[in-house]
Design a protein around this ligand. Structure first.
Ligand code: SF4
Ligand code: SF4
Length: 165
């Protein structure tokens, strides 16, 4: 399966997972992080939606929101606590999907679903865990690979290299 490219079909509201810094975004100079969400996020929407910038706000479309998304309704990021980005990178000519937790870790139900999808479609999966220091999220993430052993080694190398996801 290639990266879905169909038009957006699903409505974000009331999700603000990307606005709240669980993925790395910079909005009008503000670097959103889990401890420092976009100032316009109300936690249930955007208080300046008509004026939101094109990059990243209009252009960012998570895997759940994509038209034709294979993700079930229950995997909406604010409910399943995971943001999925299809085809985030490539490995050995294969598209690699990325799952970023909305919280510390991707919850088991969502991770099991993603691993099953990865096995079924032969798509290596990267999933991350948010790093905490003294109980505070640092904005860094540890990445894990699910797929062939060589891919898992590659994921370990990306981790050692400090690649940002
Ligand atoms: S994570 Fe996805 S569903 Fe949630 S606000 Fe961002 S684009 Fe919308
Ligand atoms: S400006 Fe609005 S849409 Fe853009 S990140 Fe902030 S809250 Fe989200």
């Amino acid at each position: 399966m290639s990266r879905p490219k169909a038009p957006v079909e699903r409505d974000c509201r009331p999700c603000t997972a990307c606005c709240d810094g669980w993925v790395r975004i910079t909005v009008a100079g503000h670097e959103a992080r889990p401890t420092s969400p976009c100032p316009h996020s109300t936690g249930a929407g955007c208080d300046d939606y008509p004026n939101r910038p094109l990059d990243p706000c209009v252009q960012f479309i998570c895997g759940w929101r994509l038209g034709g998304s294979p993700l079930p309704d229950w995997m909406k990021p604010n409910e399943a606590r995971v943001i999925v980005l299809f085809g985030r990178t490539q490995w050995n000519g294969l598209p690699v999907d990325l799952a970023v937790p909305v919280g510390l870790k991707v919850p088991p139900r969502a991770l099991d679903w993603l691993k099953s999808f990865a096995r079924q479609h032969g798509r290596p999966l990267l999933y991350t865990e948010q790093v905490r220091d003294a109980g505070r999220f640092t904005g860094e993430q540890t990445v894990y690979g699910f797929g062939p052993p060589a891919f898992q080694e590659q994921a370990g190398q990306w981790n050692a290299d400090g690649v940002d996801w």
